[in-house]
Design a protein around this ligand. Structure first.
Ligand SMILES: Nc1ncnc2c1ncn2[C@@H]1O[C@H](COP(=O)(O)OP(=O)(O)O)[C@@H](O)[C@H]1O
Ligand SMILES: [Mg+2]
Length: 359
């Protein structure tokens, strides 16, 4: 016999299984006492073990930074006047977004929580699109504001207190302003690329090119800019690829930049010829580092707009753009493990001039 997924008391009125939303109820000991069928399917639960499990093991959802719902919201701790948790977006391990809210029941004001009832629903497409759009505007505004705040702060200080600073201090402030202005310019370029990719309006100037040459050039200039130990591994000469040299340089630049900022140790870049599963010839590129790599469950998310973790000084748009550019070449990009356990990012592009390319 399975557990009482149905729950007892509510059956007279309406079965909790008839509710449109998922429902999980946990008692004072933080153990789950009831789940309905919708929750079982939305949270991918094993109905035989969900009841009796700890609430944190049943509501296994993360935010985009990989923090769990339970650890973020601590339903049993926190303000003793808190009576509910506002609805928020949480993600299943497969990336599916769910809206989660909860009521916290207490025996009296300021008393410990005795019951947590969690409600889970899916996000309607329409709502999601609208929200994505306004989220995007908010995110973009926020990203642009932080460097601008620094620019504004330093220029204001310099203008009002010019005489109080030494030449060296003024220079230091101007250098900061200069770096922030660069960051803003970079961000705007990335946002424009992102918008083009989103709208499917990326135009490639395709010409026959040598991927190894592009790699050598990018690695050379990264080294010149004082980059960490990096090398291009020896390789055979590559077949000519039809592609956009600027866009492919941008791909390599982004991956090396990531390996430098998010990885550690030496950076190895490898190129070679390799056919796809269907036999179509192509060229691959591997960028390996010796850092911590990207955890398995984050690999899909790393390609979403604005997603970033760890060192957060970037925009989180890099890999999104990389994928957009690679896919415009009818290629593909994946995150794997390097031999040292660091990140390996693999890009593959076909040799033949794909139909999607325009000149
Ligand atoms: N070589 C790498 N090693 C470890 N983590 C990485 C690596 N490359 C990317 N990541 C992870 O993927 C996230 C997204 O990368 P990206 O889209 O380029 O954004 P950004 O570099 O601006 O943070 C990074 O914030 C980082 O957490
Ligand atoms: Mg990046």
């Amino acid at each position: 016999m399975g557990p009482d997924v149905d729950g007892g008391a509510a059956r007279d009125v309406v079965s909790i299984n008839d509710l449109p939303d998922g429902l999980v109820v946990a008692g004072a000991d933080q153990r789950v006492v009831q789940v309905n069928r919708r929750a079982v399917s939305l949270l991918l639960l094993d109905p035989d073990t969900a009841v009796g499990s700890h609430l944190s093991a049943v509501v296994r959802l993360d935010d985009l930074g990989g923090r769990t719902w339970y650890d973020c919201l601590r339903p049993y701790d926190g303000l003793s006047t808190r009576s509910g948790l506002v609805e928020g977006s949480w993600y299943r391990s497969d990336g599916r977004e769910l809206l989660v809210t909860a009521r916290l029941v207490r025996e009296g004001r300021g008393r410990p929580v005795t019951t947590v009832s969690v409600s889970i629903r899916t996000v309607g497409t329409r709502v999601r699109l609208d929200r994505d759009r306004s989220d995007l505007v908010a995110t973009v505004a926020h990203e642009l504001r932080s460097p601008l705040t620094a620019v504004k702060g330093f220029t204001a200080t310099l203008l009002s207190k010019w005489d109080r600073f030494s030449d060296q201090q003024r220079r230091l402030m101007l250098e900061t302003v200069h770096a922030d202005a660069d960051r803003l310019a970079r961000l705007i370029t990335e946002l424009l690329d992102t918008a083009r990719i989103d709208a499917g309006r990326l135009t490639l100037r395709a010409a026959p090119l040598d991927v190894a040459e592009i790699v050598d050039r990018v690695v050379g200039s990264a080294k010149m800019a004082g980059g960490r130990r990096m090398r291009v591994l020896p390789h055979e000469s590559l077949p000519v690829v039809w592609g956009d040299a600027d866009k492919l340089s941008q791909v390599v630049t982004n991956l090396i930049d990531n390996a430098q900022r998010h990885g550690k140790g030496r950076i190895d870049v490898a190129v070679g010829a390799e056919a796809a599963a269907d036999g179509s010839p192509g060229v691959f590129l591997l960028v390996d580092d010796e850092g911590d790599g990207v955890p398995d469950e984050m690999r899909d998310r790393a390609f979403t707009r604005f997603w970033r973790s760890g060192v957060r000084d970037g925009s989180g748009l890099g890999l999104y753009i990389v994928r957009g550019l690679v896919e415009a070449h009818a290629g593909e990009v994946t995150i794997l493990d390097s031999a040292s356990g660091g990140a390996r990012v693999r890009v593959w592009v076909p040799v033949a001039e794909p139909a999607v390319l325009t000149d």
